[in-house]
Design a protein around this ligand. Structure first.
Ligand SMILES: Cc1ncc(COP(=O)(O)O)c(C=O)c1O
Length: 402
């Protein structure tokens, strides 16, 4: 698994003469093999489970579950280049990326410290599933730098964070926890799905393993399920080995589709960023809306740190509607352009209520404590014309206000 920028990698196209290639260039060209006359501009799908091989003289044994199908290998190279890491492992879902990383790093008797602001399934994996394998997790308030050191034990192997967080879009500087992890030999994992590699350069902030649900912004079209893990060659070898045994390989056709999605990641993210900022600002003027949560707004508690850490504020917006859950139900049913559906990061605007989806198993009181009261609507702002989105939101807000 080689880096696009590596001069020793003969399969990579030559890097531009000056400086490292930009993410926009890497999304299109990184990981591709040599181009010669007659070669397809777009690599074909190698829809084969297995490959001709009779003995070790034939080279590496290729079998698609091993993650060494040509589409998966090329995708891994592209993602490593994009994340700025030595290697990356594409897998069959975001949860596969999360669970394979944790199984690779923690074994029975080990301990994990995790942020208490994580995607619901990740919380459940740490809270309910890993203890069955002898791995215990302490959850801490990720917004408080001091609690990490107090929670760490001699047996702590992993610290797990999510940036920005779902759905309140909190952003904190991971530098203090990264320094602690370095000192104690703990691997720092970050689920950077909400930021995408365009908006948040996780590996540049001391993160050892970057995780994405590629189902979201990387794929970008709500038409595939995939995940990626990126980090050092040594750590990725451990993740790949566990994945070979547990088996959540990415199917070659999905790898090909994901690669196609990634080619437009940079332009899509620019438009997601612009649309979300414009919609968020407009929503602050609406009487039906109690508050708007967007890191690009000066009113967001982490606006300053987000401005420093992120290269774009992202496509996610949170709204708290006056009138609580009933108002939110009505608002969602009145939308005609935005679609009511869970998930995020696609070209189409999706709207959901965390109380029914990601935070369904959190008590109402705990949700309120986490800043997610009934009436909270999460918007994954798509790349439609923003005037059309505002018109749709306006008529839905007016309908529930009547
Ligand atoms: C932040 C985050 N991480 C991980 C996941 C899991 O990804 P997947 O559904 O691809 O398994 C999700 C899914 O919504 C998510 O929002």
């Amino acid at each position: 698994m080689t880096d696009f920028a590596s001069s020793s990698d003969s399969s990579s196209p030559p890097a531009p003469a000056q400086g490292a290639p930009s993410p926009a260039t890497l999304t299109i060209h990184a990981g591709e093999g040599p181009r010669s006359p007659g070669a397809p501009v777009v690599s074909p799908v190698v829809q084969s489970a297995t490959f001709m091989w009779s003995n070790p003289r034939d080279g590496e044994l290729l079998y698609s579950r091993y993650g060494n199908n040509p589409n998966t290998v090329a995708l891994g190279r592209k993602l490593a280049a994009l994340e700025g890491t030595e290697a990356a492992v594409p897998l069959g879902s975001g949860m596969a990326a999360c669970s394979m990383s944790l199984l690779a790093l923690a074994e029975s008797g080990d301990h994990i410290v995790a942020s208490n602001r994580l995607y619901g399934a990740t919380q459940a994996l740490l809270r309910d599933e890993l203890p069955r394998r002898g791995v215990e997790t302490t959850f801490v308030d990720a917004m408080d730098d001091d609690v990490w050191a107090e929670a760490v034990r001699p047996t702590t192997r992993v610290a797990y964070i999510e940036l920005p967080t779902n759905p309140t879009l909190r952003v904190f500087d991971p530098a203090p926890v990264a320094a602690l992890c370095r000192d104690r030999g703990i691997a720092l994992l970050c689920d950077a799905t909400f930021g995408s590699p365009v908006n948040f350069r996780a590996a540049e902030h001391g993160i050892d393993i970057v995780i994405h649900s590629a189902t979201k912004y990387l794929g970008g079209h709500s038409d595939l399920i995939a995940g990626i893990v990126a980090g050092s060659a040594e750590l990725m070898e451990r993740v790949a080995r566990v994945a070979r045994l547990y088996g959540p390989a990415l199917d070659p056709h999905t790898a090909w589709l994901l690669d196609r999605g990634i080619r437009t990641l940079d332009v899509r993210m620019q438009r997601h960023n612009e649309n979300a900022a414009s919609l968020a600002r407009w929503l602050t003027s609406r009487p039906e809306v109690e508050s708007v949560i967007y890191p690009g707004l000066e009113s967001h508690p982490d606006h300053e740190v987000a401005s420093r850490l992120l290269t774009g504020f992202g496509g996610m917006v949170g709204l708290i509607l006056r009138g609580g859950g009933e108002a939110a139900d009505r608002f969602m049913s009145e939308l005609t352009l935005a679609l009511a559906a869970p998930s995020l990061g696609g070209v189409e605007t999706l709207v959901s209520q965390p109380r029914y989806t990601s935070h369904a198993d959190v008590s109402s009181a705990d949700r309120v404590a986490q800043g997610i009261p009934d009436g909270f609507v999460r918007v994954s702002v798509g790349i439609e014309g923003v005037a059309d989105l505002k018109a749709d939101f306006a008529q839905a807000l007016e309908a529930f206000g009547r």
